[in-house]
Write a protein that binds this ligand. Structure first.
Ligand SMILES: [Zn+2]
Length: 254
């Protein structure tokens, strides 16, 4: 588990690189990162996960531009998530795939939070990869994975069309990826969690007058969190069975 969490540390760094570079259309493979402001390349020592951030106290060593605290959060959060995934999947073949999907979801989540958008440049390759691995996921059939994708895409497509016209269907593409990644019936756990938590969150903000009725609320981050939760605790949540979420999922699944 330690090795896997350690890998998560470096994946977290790479996730930050993707979040920084993909929206700008830069290559994610170039080794050295540049400062977002002065374009000076960073030294290798500054790219060490967590310590690089602490070492520079979150500032560019050349121009002093603040590095977003998000860098540190992702660098700490990814290895923690990897450790949880390891505990849940106990190092089975699926572990790496779930870790990969989770890392991709963090990219979606942070880009949506920071820029309010879900990029086709990320969703299309993600959907393609999930389609490919849908053939292989242990204990679930290709049909289950495809059904997951269709249900999630359809649900979010309908929500955008009915309640959020003009907002585009980027979020439905993210949902398609999530559905293909978690499959049926867990897709319902992911969707329900996202919509219930997102709904409660929005109502709270509305009541607290932090936001106005007209303010758009991003669904993407809630979907990403719901999907990660479904991958980690999907079976557990469904086994609550007799009441609550499990019952709703069962109703929706027949
Ligand atoms: Zn700089």
């Amino acid at each position: 588990m330690l090795v896997f969490a350690l890998a998560g540390l470096f994946v977290g760094s790479f996730v930050n690189i993707c979040i920084d570079r993909v929206p700008r259309g830069e290559s994610i493979l170039a080794l050295r990162s540049k400062c977002g402001s002065c374009r000076e390349p960073l030294k290798i020592v500054h790219m060490i996960p967590i310590f690089g951030y602490l070492f520079t106290r979150g500032h560019c060593p050349h121009c002093g531009l603040r590095t977003p605290i998000r860098h540190l959060i992702v660098e700490i959060g990814t290895p923690v998530l990897f450790a949880l995934i390891w505990l849940r999947y106990t190092g089975s073949l699926e572990t790496t795939l779930i870790a990969f999907y989770s890392s991709l979801l963090i990219v979606f989540l942070v880009i949506d939070l920071e820029r309010g958008t879900i990029l086709d440049r990320v969703s299309y390759p993600a959907i393609a990869v999930a389609l490919l691995f849908a053939l292989w996921v242990p204990e679930r059939t290709l049909l289950q994975m495809l059904a997951g994708g269709l249900i999630a895409f359809g649900t979010l497509f309908a929500i955008q069309l009915l309640f959020r016209p003009g907002k585009g269907i980027g979020v439905a593409k993210l949902a398609a990826f999530i559905g293909l990644a978690v499959g049926y019936p867990y897709v319902w756990v992911a969707l329900l969690l996202a919509l219930v938590v997102g709904g409660l969150f929005s109502v709270t903000l509305l009541l607290a007058k932090v936001i106005d009725r007209k303010d758009p609320i991003a669904i993407g981050p809630f979907l990403a969190v719901g999907a990660i939760a479904a991958m980690l605790f999907g079976e557990l949540i469904m086994s609550w069975g007799t009441g609550g979420v499990g019952q709703i999922v069962k109703l929706l699944s027949f």
